[in-house]
Design a protein around this ligand. Sequence first.
Ligand SMILES: [Zn+2]
Length: 424
Amino acid sequence: MLRFFNGRILRFENGPHITEDEVHISGDTIVYVGPATAEDKNRFDREIDLHGNLLMPGFKNAHTHTPMTFLRSLADDLPLDRWLREAIWPNEAKLDDEAVYLFTKLGILEYLSSGITASFDMYSHSEAYVAANIDSGFRTVLCSGMNDFDADPTDIERDYLHYNQCSDRISYQLGIHAEYTTGIERLKYMVSLAEKYKAPCWTHLSETKAEVEGCIQRYGMTPPLFLDSIGFFNYGGGGFHCCHMTKDDIDMFADKHLWAVTNPASNLKLASGIAPVARMMKRGVRFAIGTDGASSNNALDMFREMFLTTGLQNVLEDNPNACPAAEVLEMACVNGARCMGLENCDDLAVGKKADLIVIDLNRPNMRPLNSIPNNLVFSGSKENVKITMVNGRVLYEDGRFHIDDDPAELYHKAETFMKERIRR
Ligand SMILES: [Zn+2]
């Protein structure tokens, strides 16, 4: 049993609010949130004095490609189509299971230091990817990225069944890479799987103008409306990016209660566009936030994504309150969990999983405490992450990683791989 005391607690039920309660954790679960009790202290294996700092639900990275850490800062000046064809796909072909395992672990270290407690990840080499997550104690939801280049799309059904029962920290959702990389036959196969398992479906969606124009040429409809017309969204799910959404696209998303995941840094870097987050939220669309892969971002840092999410909307809407900090914080912590099917990791409450972070408020960028939610979104940074706990285990504390690997060894292996296999 573990006890957090003498601090502040941020909870989201009925809107973000802060109390001075303490929190007890048994195994992987939060078992008590409330005032300090006079009970026997001996029942705790560890007591963490928060010294006035903030305990809150962890950030959920709702769209990423974790193993792409190997491509960080390797091709930073290309538009999306050339970037994929010239820099990403040829280098990804050189990855083997061992490399995916290594670069997934590198990504997990970055998540932990950024207060991220779960990822929604689309990548290949699932077995190595999952092993890296299991071995690190991290939580992830895989999303299939079906496209025309996969050898055998029926693997997805096998993976869907396998990874949804292999560990309580691993789950799997259905998805395609994108409409423009997936022909109609395979799309129909994906819809049949969604139908069979009554499962949500995900995709990169309306990320660039060119993608939308191509889909209109092929099918006479925008990507969201075309995919909806073939039944892709019959059981929910949603889209990553959603930069170029028409009014009809937005109406369909709202009416079908689909999720949109915004990736502002990636969209800025690849000059893809700015998602109309505030406009879509006004129509009732729910948003979560993702970093996308380290190849297009290049940081796996939710503080930067949160700031960009609000800042870009303010510019887009010509309104400094278009997307308030409290709502952005809710997207990053609560909505992220719910969109990827982790409803038991969405908040700090009794019975929920202990996926929590401690934010250091005793740093200059957090003072004065005029508004803690605003400080988190507008002036917060990774330097404020003191503790990251996943499933009741402290995996990161005061700059040290509590996983089996020595980070220096992982960095060394990463450099060796790049030198021998990619940059030669
Ligand atoms: Zn992506």
